[in-house]
Ligand binder design. Sequence first.
Ligand code: FAD
Length: 331
Amino acid sequence: MNASRPIWVYIELNEGRPKPVASELIFAARHLATANGAPVEAFVCARVGGYDADSLKALGADRVHVLQGDDFELFNSQIIRQALAERIEQGKPLAFLLASNNHGKELGAALSAQLLTGYAGDCVGLEMSAQGLSVKRPIYSGKAYATTLLKGEGAHILTLRANVFRPDSADESKVESELICEELPTLKDTIALIVKEVIAGSGDLDITEARVVVSGGLGMQNAENFKLLEELAHTLGGAVGASRPVVDNGWRDYSNQVGQTGRTVSPDLYIACGISGAIQHQAGMSASKCIVAINSDPHAAIFSIAHYGIVGDALTVVPLLNEEFKKILNS
Ligand code: FAD
């Protein structure tokens, strides 16, 4: 039933180039396709000419379909869903992979509803076996993982958590993707229109995709002091996160909130500054590969999950860390 059915991937662009998470999606798709003996195909929606062909060719998919049109100037899940759903019905991929970020989750759910196929969000593992495709996902706010065998013909719509599906080393066998471009007519007259997109929070870098997240809690004391965290995040090429009360206080945008009722992150490095480590906060960050906690209270719960702990005043420690990182990174 699954033999040779292609694995498809949706690629988001940032200024015409694939977002970093794109290579993880292709890597995961290739992992499934190898077991399946099938091709990997990627889909990109861009305004006419609004993409960098070389970076798309370098993605390592067998084919990259570039759907171009005036409607793709801004992300509009209704229009993209319509374009992709038709192609999924015709091409019958076994699975369609998207990033588990705002756009990926919205589009994935919309596709699943339109196609009446299953949707599994925030996957951290994918496996192909004689029984079919199974996915591993966190449950109970990340305290446990469930492995689920997907039933039905698909296409199974899956969103994958960023920073999980990464090759250990650069893939030397990467093929140059064939680029297939298609221009689509506008649907603007028939569909709700997005007139403006405002990027809130930590600038261009989404905290769910950042490899380094520098997060602050009430221990940062006021909104102004988050400048220290922005500086450290800038040095490390990361994004700024926050605990819920920080967001409730209006010190940071809601999109920065990490935790059970916020975003889930799994960066390589998570630096928790003045965060007590309540269970609801841990639910959003405990899968981070390296956790550094800075807290003035040696008994703070965050130290129980931290790989490195610094007992001290975050307002003093963070600028010192920033200076040291700058020296090391510049040398
Ligand atoms: P606090 O718990 O007040 O901790 C502040 C910490 O800063 C303390 O440990 C203190 O020792 C330290 N500190 C103080 N001054 C300094 C200093 N100068 N230097 C260093 N350290 C200092 N919370 C989330 O974060 N995300 C969620 O998604 C979330 N969802 C929730 C959902 C529900 C249903 C509920 C009930 C709660 C939720 N919460 C969530 C809230 C959560 O329970 C905690 O209240 C919250 O995480 C605490 O935030 P905090 O660590 O910033 O503040």
